[in-house]
Design a protein around this ligand. Structure first.
Ligand code: ADP
Ligand code: MG
Length: 250
């Protein structure tokens, strides 16, 4: 107990200095066993409460960046700090506690096919041993936030793609994470559903969650006027407030 306390005080101290950064990457590189490095000396600073789009060609390193932030991968070199956790030195047994503060959404929804909407969301709470009473309160509340209150008994196959992604977002949010990471969340959706999902992510951000969204959707990125980080071949080639999609030569 005392040891844990000391560590958390130390973590907080490192964050002192007028620093409200929630994500810090310094000179981060990641090489896989084969091929050119997927990331090559990336610096990225994200403040609490920001909304950041990450764009770039296929293969530019966007998903690798997301996996590093989730501590699914560790960098080959460089430093990563997320919510005060030093991800290079984080002990394996501490990873679940770290991940509780993160919500993640993927292109392919990744729902449990044989469970209904309610169970798909409740499952995320059961994993962290939330009481049954609280689950009964939290799940309907988050389902209504994502506009699915009436669909709690549906199975994923009975839902549209947009609705399935809303379930995935509800599941990502039910444990009240500080950061929501989304890797091409609209990649399988039509334009109307893509807009609805992005607006939902914006709304989540406006209620205080830091949101990072990897996307290829030019129209939405250009219209939403958020911070845009553009990656190319493993490096960040631009990082703009109220940015747009940079046209590529190809
Ligand atoms: P993006 O998400 O921008 O499309 P990725 O981060 O998935 O890019 O991939 C970046 C580079 O790393 C690509 O060249 C890709 O082929 C390579 N890569 C990704 N995952 C692996 C892996 N598990 N093993 C080897 N190379 C990989
Ligand atoms: Mg990717």
């Amino acid at each position: 107990m005392a040891k844990t306390e000391t560590k958390s005080i130390r973590r907080k101290k490192r964050n002192i200095g007028g620093n409200d950064e929630i994500i810090t990457l310094s000179k981060v590189s990641k090489a896989y066993a084969t091929g050119a490095p997927a990331l090559n000396g990336i610096d990225l600073h994200v403040k609490k409460g920001e909304f950041v789009f990450i764009v770039g060609d296929s293969g530019s390193g966007k998903s690798t960046l997301i996996k590093l932030l989730l501590r699914e991968l560790v960098p080959t070199s460089g430093e990563i700090n997320v919510m005060g956790y030093d991800l290079v030195r984080l002990r394996r047994r501490k990873i679940p506690k770290f991940r509780r503060n993160l919500g993640i959404v993927f292109q392919d929804f990744r729902l449990l096919k044989d469970r209904d909407v309610y169970e798909n969301v409740a499952f995320a709470q059961r994993i962290i041993q939330v009481s049954g009473k609280e689950i009964k309160r939290n799940v309907p509340s988050i389902l209504s936030t994502v506009g699915l209150a009436g669909k709690y008994k549906a199975r994923p196959r009975e839902l549209s793609g947009g609705e399935q992604q809303r379930v995935a977002i509800a599941r990502a949010l039910v444990n009240r994470p500080s950061i929501l990471l989304a890797d091409e969340p609209t990649g399988n959706l039509d334009p109307k559903n893509s807009w609805e999902i992005m607006k939902l992510l914006e709304q989540i951000n406006e209620s205080g969650t830091t949101v990072l969204v990897v996307t290829h959707n030019r129209e939405i990125v250009n219209a939403m006027q958020k911070r845009v980080v553009t990656m190319k071949k493993g490096v960040i080639v631009s990082d703009e407030e109220k940015g747009g999609y940079i046209d590529d030569e190809d």
